[in-house]
Design a protein around this ligand. Sequence first.
Ligand SMILES: Cc1cc2nc3c(=O)[nH]c(=O)nc-3n(C[C@H](O)[C@H](O)[C@H](O)COP(=O)(O)O)c2cc1C
Length: 173
Amino acid sequence: MSSVLVAYATHYGSTQEVAEAVAEALNERGVDATVRAARDVNSLDDCSAVVLGGALYFFRLHKDARRFLSRHRKALMDMPVAVFAMGPFNDTEEEFAGARKHLDRALRKKPWLSPVAVGVFGGCFDPTGLRFPHKNPAMKQMPASDIRDWDAIRAWAESLPQALGLEKPPAGS
Ligand SMILES: Cc1cc2nc3c(=O)[nH]c(=O)nc-3n(C[C@H](O)[C@H](O)[C@H](O)COP(=O)(O)O)c2cc1C
């Protein structure tokens, strides 16, 4: 069975929860998917495809995600990779377009990478839980929000077996 690594880069856990939902959807579709923090992954020897999820911070993809791409470049060049980013606080086209722009900019810095699928999902924010260096007066005044769209996340995850080349397209397509 093909083994997919779902790696995540997080500060406060919401990206990990999305990574777990992606892996669950893959497992339900018969794909063997495991979830790990991107920074804890030393080798990609045991997997045939990767889904990488990273939160956006200050218009950049989380550094653990960027480092994951650099550290595993050689292996990633030889396998299908899907990428998602977490970010927007508000469900507006403008914020999603901004987040997508920032994700695309991060990916352009890795020209050797050609993701088979790219997603942007709304984020989750809790001003009471912020730690240094995010804990500043402006951030603490922002309202808590969680606009993760679990149906959209699930739909994206369900498209992955085909995008990652792990299943044949339906007959007639
Ligand atoms: C200090 C800070 C900066 C952020 N910067 C951005 C940003 O530039 N773009 C964006 O789309 N989201 C931004 N976000 C939203 C986070 O990406 C979002 O809250 C995400 O769900 C956090 O993921 P995590 O819980 O896995 O760390 C920021 C959040 C914080 C707390």
